[in-house]
Design a protein around this ligand. Structure first.
Ligand code: ADP
Ligand code: MG
Length: 345
């Protein structure tokens, strides 16, 4: 497999930036000036919503199973997910990369192919960034900018005591996707003749390697004229995010175990790994779904939506955070969270 390898030094820093960014076009009316000057210019009359997320090799991703194109897509998507969680519309991204000399021009081009796919998918303009050498693997840090009017902005802090708790999509799949990838990597490392067995796990792989930000839901909520009272995206696991909404809003929550949306493949794979599927849904992380509260007056508008699940309700802060189990018990929710800081790297 003699693939062409062009050293980054052959192009130089400016040549590389030109190579990576020349095919990007800017489409947003708020982008006044994109890549190529000392700074970009964005002109907005609405509130600007700004967020950053950094992905570090060995901490947040493992290139032995993460294709660079997927990584590029994911780096943008996780930032767009944060913009979505503010009920804002994303418009621009800035991409900073640290590259070790292990990376060829071809590899970085793959990364940018994924970035471009995501920019197209979420209609955002790449307006700038920074390119540096790294001694410890790949670092990719993205800043996303979005906008929303005053009345559209949704914070974590607005949930009321009688609000309904909603979650989009399904939960736990990304975590199990990671477990499958880790297992197959171990198998491969102990015997490189073994081919990884990934058939049947496609959905889990996709959820882990190429998560989507739920901008579709943000547009639908606008169509339904629903402004959630509070919202957060699920990066660290449902339990942890329920705590964030509750503590920042000054309310407690009751979540019904039998209402948690869990895909069949997630159930089956959890069983295979001898993990409780509910635990995966509560603490798995990296689902990038939206968790939000609505006031009861919006119930009728949302109750039949195929991809929005009503999983519980807010309650007095003194009632705390409870899981109503399938067995009919009320147990305190444990927020283990999915903490990258605890992972070895
Ligand atoms: P300066 O030295 O003034 O910071 P640079 O040479 O770093 O400028 O960058 C030149 C232009 O290319 C700027 O518009 C910058 O935003 C953009 N840029 C640099 N690196 C990247 C990158 N990795 N992705 C996208 N744009 C980039
Ligand atoms: Mg610079």
């Amino acid at each position: 497999m003699a693939e062409k390898r062009t050293e980054i030094s052959e192009l130089g820093e400016f040549g590389l930036i030109e190579h990576l960014t020349s095919s990007f076009q800017t489409l947003q009316p708020s982008t006044v000036l994109g890549v190529g000057d000392d700074a970009a210019i964005v002109k907005q009359t609405d509130n600007q919503v700004i967020t950053s997320d950094m992905l570090i090799e060995g901490v947040h991703f493992d290139l032995s199973y993460m294709p660079l194109k997927h990584l590029g897509f994911k780096a943008i998507a996780v930032n767009i997910s944060d913009i979505a969680a503010m009920n804002a519309i994303p418009s621009q991204v800035v991409v900073n990369i640290g590259l070790s000399n292990r990376f060829s021009v071809e590899a970085v081009t793959e990364l940018y192919e994924g970035i471009r796919l995501a920019c197209d998918a979420y209609q955002v303009d790449l307006i700038g960034g920074d390119t540096n050498a790294s001694r410890s693997g790949l670092i990719i840090s993205v800043t996303a900018i979005g906008f929303a009017t005053e009345s559209e902005i949704v914070k974590r802090s607005g949930a009321g005591e009688s609000d309904i708790l909603c979650v989009t999509g399904d939960l736990g799949a990304s975590y199990l996707g990671l477990q499958v990838l880790e297992r197959e990597k171990q198998v491969y490392m102990s015997n490189p003749d073994m081919q990884p067995k990934l058939e049947g796990y496609d959905y889990l792989m996709q959820r882990q390697l190429r998560p989507e930000a739920r901008m579709d839901i943000i547009h639908e909520l606008r169509g339904l004229q629903i402004v959630p009272t509070s919202m957060i995206d699920i990066s660290d696991g449902l339990a942890s995010e329920v705590f964030h909404l509750g503590s920042q809003s000054g309310v407690g929550f009751r979540v019904y175990e039998d209402k948690l949306p869990i895909d069949k493949v997630t159930y089956d794979t959890a069983y295979e790994f001898k993990i409780d599927a509910t635990t995966c849904a509560l603490n798995g992380g990296e689902d990038y779904e939206l968790l939000f509260t609505i006031s009861q007056s919006d119930f009728e508008k949302i109750k039949d939506h195929a991809d929005i699940h009503l999983i519980g309700h807010a309650q007095k802060a003194s009632a705390g955070f409870e899981l109503a189990t399938k067995g009919g018990n009320l147990v305190p929710i444990q927020a283990q969270g999915w903490n990258h800081m605890k992972k070895d790297n």
